[in-house]
Design a binder for this molecule. Structure first.
Ligand code: UDX
Length: 481
């Protein structure tokens, strides 16, 4: 249930391995796109198209008729979204509505049926899902029905690879029978990897599995924020480079090197949302969780800190042309959710800068929509101005005017068009295409002071030594700091 990036990737993976799957999605427009998407899936995910091409004829069906889908299958996986509400608490409305639909469909279904919650949910939710299903169906969980939590660890951009080659499968079972049934399913799928000790299957209690997901994401986010905090300290010491410092740090066998890359901070659909959800969950339970609080603060500060550096070097930002290389929240995706680019551009616009952006995958219109959401404050200002003119007194018009205002200050172009006459360039997303921009290109296209701010540390600082480009990178203590 739910044909988002987790649901569709999982459905494509299972069906490509010969397991018949029915994808249930209430949004028929999305279904239509997926059906047409045998050639081009409706969002960009490396290898997904190829995986869908491997699905044997008839093994993956997509539709909105959950009733018949649930009745004609042995297991239902819930993979619907769990967005944040206005207070940052996890909103369970889609999960609860899925649970209700499953309960209704199971009233008349004979035999044992396994329900699995794949969506990221706070501890206790899967048990609640079970309660809703039991209420609706009149059946007993642990007797007539099985229930598991099975959190997902897929990364966007490598979701297909992560499905094919996971390090672990985490199963939280309501009872032994449920855990064993789901474990047997995965043992079959990952037979070879398990034999080679490359994939482990863990069976624990429901709430443990739910908390594993939040803990893993929060710890990874913490590693990033920790590296960013050290980077800010490193910037104050001439000649120090956080990248070198980290090499020394992770040569300790107890410290794994992953997710210690300092940069503009983390974005995406998971880390920011999950850390905030865990923080709110902790507060509700009476825990202060100061570390979760601090790691979010460090993440938000990376963008502000970057702008301060650029503003100082440029002597103000008003009317300065700033080039932005990369918009997606990370390479290999067109996803803009919580992307650092929107926060950065929105702040730069507020300081009067003119922005030129480029990205290999993100569409200009999508970026503008994201900016509108980010910039609710400015939007309200436009709203107020417009509302003084009664002839334009409608929300749609405000949206249009705001969109046009943004389009005047944010231009989209090629790498060269972006760099041309830009006083500063900020590398936001480390797309491989940007590795090859030579110091000479930056030098010849940009205008003084030709500041290149490397927000992901992809360039070698030394390669700019003989060029008239002012190179500055996150975590790099420059001589004049
Ligand atoms: C993450 C988790 O990795 C995955 O297990 C979970 O299922 C969903 O959330 P995802 O959001 O797709 O996956 O992206 P990920 O590759 O983890 O990167 C998240 C963000 O952290 C990106 O913005 C990335 O640029 C940033 N990041 C990552 C850093 O700033 N430094 C690092 O060292 C690593």
């Amino acid at each position: 249930m739910g044909m988002g990036f987790v649901g569709l990737t999982t459905a494509a993976f299972f069906s490509s391995r010969g397991i018949p799957v029915i994808g249930i999605e209430i949004d028929e427009i999305k279904n239509q796109k997926i059906r047409e998407g045998w050639v081009e899936p409706y969002f960009h995910e490396d290898g997904l198209k190829e995986l869908l091409d491997q699905v044997p004829e008839g093994y993956l069906k997509v539709g909105s008729d959950y009733n018949s889908a649930i009745k004609n299958t042995d297991m239902t996986m819930i993979a619907v979204g769990t967005p944040s509400d206005e207070q940052g608490k996890i909103s369970l409305r889609f999960v609860e509505s899925a649970a209700r639909s499953i309960g209704i469909a199971l009233i008349e279904k004979p035999g044992w049926h396994l329900v699995v919650v794949k969506s990221t949910v706070v501890p206790g939710t899967t048990r609640d899902v079970g309660r809703i299903i039991a209420e609706e169906s009149g059946k007993i969980i642990g007797q007539d029905l099985g229930l598991c939590s099975n959190p997902e660890f897929l990364k966007e951009g490598s979701a297909v690879k992560d499905s094919l080659e996971p390090d672990r499968v985490m199963i939280g079972g309501f009872d032994e029978k449920s855990s064993q049934a789901l474990a047997a399913f995965y043992q079959q799928i990952y037979k070879d990897r398990i034999a080679e000790k490359k994939t482990k299957i863990f069976c624990q209690g429901l709430e443990n599995a739910e908390l594993v997901k939040y803990t893993a994401n929060s710890l990874l986010a913490l590693k990033i924020s920790f590296a960013n905090e050290i980077a800010t300290i490193a910037e104050k010491i001439p000649g120090v480079d956080v990248k070198e410092v980290m090499k020394g740090v992770f040569s300790d066998y107890r410290i794994n090197r992953e997710f210690l890359n300092a940069g503009l901070g983390f974005g995406g659909s998971c880390f920011p949302k999950d850390v905030i959800a865990l923080l709110n969950f902790a507060i509700e339970k009476g825990c202060l969780a100061p570390i979760l609080h601090a790691l979010l603060q460090v993440n938000n500060n990376q963008v502000i800190h970057t702008i301060e550096i650029i503003e100082k070097i440029l002597g103000g930002l008003n009317n300065k042309k700033i080039a932005i290389l990369g918009l997606a929240f990370k390479p290999n995706t067109d996803d803009l959710r919580e992307a650092r680019s929107t926060k950065l551009v929105s702040n730069l616009l507020n300081k009067g800068a003119r922005i030129f952006v480029t990205d290999p995958k993100v569409k200009y219109e999508d970026f503008i929509s994201e900016l509108i959401q980010e910039d609710a404050k400015r939007y309200n200002q436009v709203l107020r101005t417009i509302l003084t003119d009664p002839s334009t007194n409608d929300e749609k018009k405000v949206h249009q005017v705001f969109q046009n205002t943004l389009k005047q200050s944010v231009t989209y172009g090629t790498i060269e068009e972006c760099l041309e006459q830009a006083s500063a360039c900020i590398l936001v997303t480390e797309w491989p295409e940007y590795n090859n921009i030579s110091p000479k290109t930056f030098q010849s296209l940009m205008r003084e002071p030709k500041l290149l701010f490397d927000g992901r540390r992809i360039y070698n600082a030394l390669s700019f030594k003989d060029f008239d480009v002012k190179y500055q990178g996150i975590g790099l203590g420059a001589a004049d700091t």
